[in-house]
Design a binder for this molecule. Structure first.
Ligand code: UDP
Length: 235
C-alpha cells in the first residue's frame, strides 16, 4: 500500500446525502463500506468528521448568536456525526474508538495522542470528534493538526468534487483539474482548497493533502493502492 497511516477528512455536509440536513443512513453505510475496503488491506485509519450538516458557528453568529457559543455547538455537532460514523463502521465489523477534543467521557475517550497511536497500531479506526476543541477553528484545521500529531502519511480530504481545479468546475465547464499542485501555487492562484489556517499548518509541516471524490465507489481504495486519483497538494 502506498500509505500506511491515513487521516481521512469527511465534511459533515457529505453525510447529508441528498437530504437537506442531518445524516443520511444510506450515505453513512456507503462510506463505511469504502473505509472497510482499505481497512481490510491493513491501512491505519484516523478520521476527522465535520459538523456542517448540523451546525456551523459562523451561521449562528450571522443570525445574532455569540460566535463562541455557536462554535461549541458546531463542535458538538461533529461528535454526533462521529458517533453515527462509529456506529456505521462497527455495523460492518470494524473496531473503532471515538476520541473527543472536549471531554464527554460517557460517550468517548478524551483525545490522547499516545492512545490514538496505540489504537491505530492495533487496527482500530480512530475518529476524532469536537474538532480542535477551540472556537474559531474548523474541522479542516483539526484534520491537519491531528494528522501531524499522529504522523499520518497524508490527509485525504473526501469531497464531492474530484480534485482541485483552476476555476469552479460547478460553474465553469472548461475548468481544468490539477493532478498535482504545490502549496505555493495554490496560494498564488488563490484556489480554494481548505481554509488558510489548515492549509498553512499542512504546508509548514510538509504534510501532503489529497483532495478526491469520496462519493465515487472504489476511489479511497485506489488512492491507498497508489493510483493517481484526485489532486495532491504538496511542497
Ligand atoms: N468548530 C470549531 N472548532 C474546531 C472545529 C469546528 O469551533 O476546531 C465548529 C465551527 O463552528 C464549525 C463547526 O464546528 O463551523 C462544524 O465544523 P466544520 O464547519 O469544519 O464542518 P464541515 O464543514 O467539515 O462539515
Amino acid at each position: 500500500m502506498k500509505y500506511k497511516r491515513i487521516l481521512l477528512k469527511l465534511s459533515g455536509e457529505a453525510l447529508m446525502g441528498d437530504q437537506q440536513y442531518g445524516i443520511d443512513p444510506q450515505r453513512l453505510a456507503e462510506y463505511a463500506e469504502e473505509i472497510k475496503k482499505v481497512h481490510a488491506k491493513g491501512v491505519e485509519i484516523a478520521i476527522v468528521i465535520g459538523g456542517g450538516n448540523i451546525f456551523r458557528g459562523v451561521a449562528g453568529a450571522s443570525s445574532g448568536m455569540d460566535r463562541v457559543q455557536g462554535d461549541y455547538m458546531g463542535m458538538l455537532a461533529t461528535v454526533i456525526n462521529g458517533m453515527a460514523l462509529q456506529g456505521a463502521l462497527e455495523d460492518k465489523g470494524m473496531k473503532t474508538r471515538l476520541q473527543t477534543a472536549l471531554k464527554m467521557e460517557s460517550i468517548a475517550e478524551p483525545y490522547i495522542k499516545r492512545r490514538a497511536d496505540r489504537h491505530l497500531e492495533k487496527g482500530r479506526i480512530v475518529i476524532f470528534g469536537a474538532g480542535t476543541g477551540n472556537p474559531y477553528f474548523t474541522t479542516d484545521t483539526a484534520a491537519v493538526l491531528r494528522g501531524i500529531e499522529i504522523n499520518a502519511d497524508v490527509i485525504l480530504k473526501g469531497t464531492r468534487v474530484d480534485g482541485v481545479y483552476d476555476s469552479d468546475p460547478e460553474k465553469n465547464a472548461a475548468a481544468v483539474k490539477f493532478d498535482f499542485i504545490s502549496f505555493d501555487d495554490v496560494i498564488k492562484k488563490g484556489l480554494n482548497v481548505m481554509d488558510t489556517t489548515a492549509f498553512t499548518l499542512s504546508q509548514e509541516n510538509k504534510l501532503p493533502i489529497l483532495i478526491f471524490d469520496m462519493n465515487k465507489s472504489g476511489n479511497l481504495e485506489k488512492i491507498c493502492d497508489g493510483e493517481n486519483i484526485g489532486t495532491v497538494v504538496n511542497i
